[in-house]
Design a protein around this ligand. Structure first.
Ligand SMILES: C[S@@+](CC[C@H](N)C(=O)[O-])C[C@H]1O[C@@H](n2cnc3c(N)ncnc32)[C@H](O)[C@@H]1O
Length: 257
């Protein structure tokens, strides 16, 4: 049996050379995160047979890690096509219990109904880890649906909607367990919008959590950016901005009221 605590990175700076492309990880979805992110958080904060709730599951990166690590999984996304793709990858899975939901996670009534059905289907009470990797506002559009957070260009509206999503999910996180938010800043109208800081602030203000970590992770290996490195360098130098090379993993711990 492998040692689950092996190579857990406890530093606040994660420099990861290469995306894990093993198993079901195929890097087919623009805007997916690297498998090492859920892998690290799952191994650090949960144990076998615990349940992970991924609010924006996209191409299923967290789910494949749950399968590798024997954790239950409940996932949500609004994108019908990507959900069908993930379901097609899971037909042979037997070692874990999982449930995939197509749903607008900001919709309180719908989310409540789906999460409660999912928990009861899996025969568990709560999740031991929540992961949230939302769109970074409208930088990458995922669907044309009006409820898709990637349709939101306005900062205040985005942060409000994201806080609503956390509010919907928070009651289903076991006390003293963790919420991980993966987010980056954006550049709009000729300036940096520190989206990650606004999101951090919203979570701290609205929920009874302790902030356990602000991890900075490199995005050095981004394929598109690597190919166009010289163009980006030229553009940045012609102007006065800096090229984003990092994103954040914010780790919160739920506290008793
Ligand atoms: C950054 S991607 C997540 C990628 C994922 N971590 C992966 O590795 O593939 C954000 C996802 O949020 C979904 N999304 C956007 N708005 C949503 C909403 N209101 N409810 C549920 N999912 C939403 C998008 O369809 C997209 O798949």
């Amino acid at each position: 049996m492998t040692n689950e605590r092996e190579n857990i990175n406890v530093d606040s700076l994660w420099l990861i050379d290469e995306r894990d492309k093993s198993g079901k990880h195929a890097n087919v979805y623009h805007g997916n995160f690297i498998p090492q992110i859920p892998n690290q958080l799952i191994r650090r904060y949960t144990k076998e047979n615990d349940t992970i709730l991924d609010l924006f599951m996209g191409s299923g990166t967290t789910l494949y890690e749950c399968e590798n690590l024997n954790r239950n999984f409940i996932g949500f996304d609004i994108n019908t096509e990507i959900i069908d793709y993930v379901k097609s990858k899971m037909t042979d899975t037997q070692n874990i219990k999982f449930k995939i939901n197509e749903c607008d996670v900001a919709n309180e009534t719908l989310f409540k109904e789906k999460i409660e059905n999912s928990l009861s289907e899996l025969d568990v009470e709560k999740a031991q880890l929540i992961l949230a990797h939302p769109p970074y506002m409208d930088i990458v559009k995922f669907t044309e649906k009006a409820e898709d957070l990637s349709q939101i260009a306005d900062l205040t509206t985005f942060v409000k909607q994201f806080a609503q999503v956390v509010k919907n999910a928070f009651p289903y996180l076991e006390n003293k367990k963790y919420l991980g938010v993966v987010i980056a800043d954006v550049y709009k109208k000729s300036e940096v919008v520190p989206l990650a800081f606004y999101v951090l602030d919203a979570v701290k203000r609205n929920f009874n959590v302790k902030l356990k970590g602000i991890i900075i992770k490199n995005i050095e290996g981004n394929r598109g950016k690597l190919r166009q490195k010289n163009i980006w360098q030229y553009r940045a130098l012609k102007s006065d901005y800096f090229i984003f090379k990092h994103e954040y993993i914010l780790v919160f711990k739920k506290e008793e009221r």
